[in-house]
Write a protein that binds this ligand. Structure first.
Ligand SMILES: [Zn+2]
Ligand SMILES: [Zn+2]
Length: 115
């Protein structure tokens, strides 16, 4: 008697897939604070004037509740009641601002901070 044996070789391939979840942190290139620092008179969108003190980047009008900082812009009021729309988008902390109001070719130039 002859016995023929066949051997079957089985190769088991184990394949695994690994999913990598990557959370790429956004490079916060713009690390400016866009804030006022000091005592400023700010005008709300409804034309009320409020006083802000210390460091501020948000201020709700005390009379109507409107946000005074809109699109990183804020309206500062100088001691002579001129409005200055100040863009804080490129500003870290604004500590001083000279009024830019022009009247008869003369710039007001009053300090808006601290009055
Ligand atoms: Zn208001
Ligand atoms: Zn002025």
């Amino acid at each position: 008697m002859k016995t023929t044996r066949r051997q079957a070789i089985r190769t088991a391939i184990t394949s695994g897939s690994i999913a990598f979840l990557k959370f790429t942190p956004l490079a916060w290139a713009d690390n400016k604070r866009h804030a006022l620092y000091g005592k400023f008179h700010v005008r709300c969108p409804n034309k009320h004037v409020d006083i802000v003190t210390d460091g501020t980047k948000q201020h709700k009008c005390e009379k109507c509740g409107k946000q005074c900082f809109v699109d990183q812009k804020v309206t500062l009021v100088c001691p002579a009641q001129h409005d200055n729309i100040v863009d804080l988008s490129g500003v870290d902390v604004l500590k001083t601002y000279k009024c830019k109001h022009k009247e008869a070719d003369k710039v007001c130039n009053k300090e808006c901070q601290g009055w």
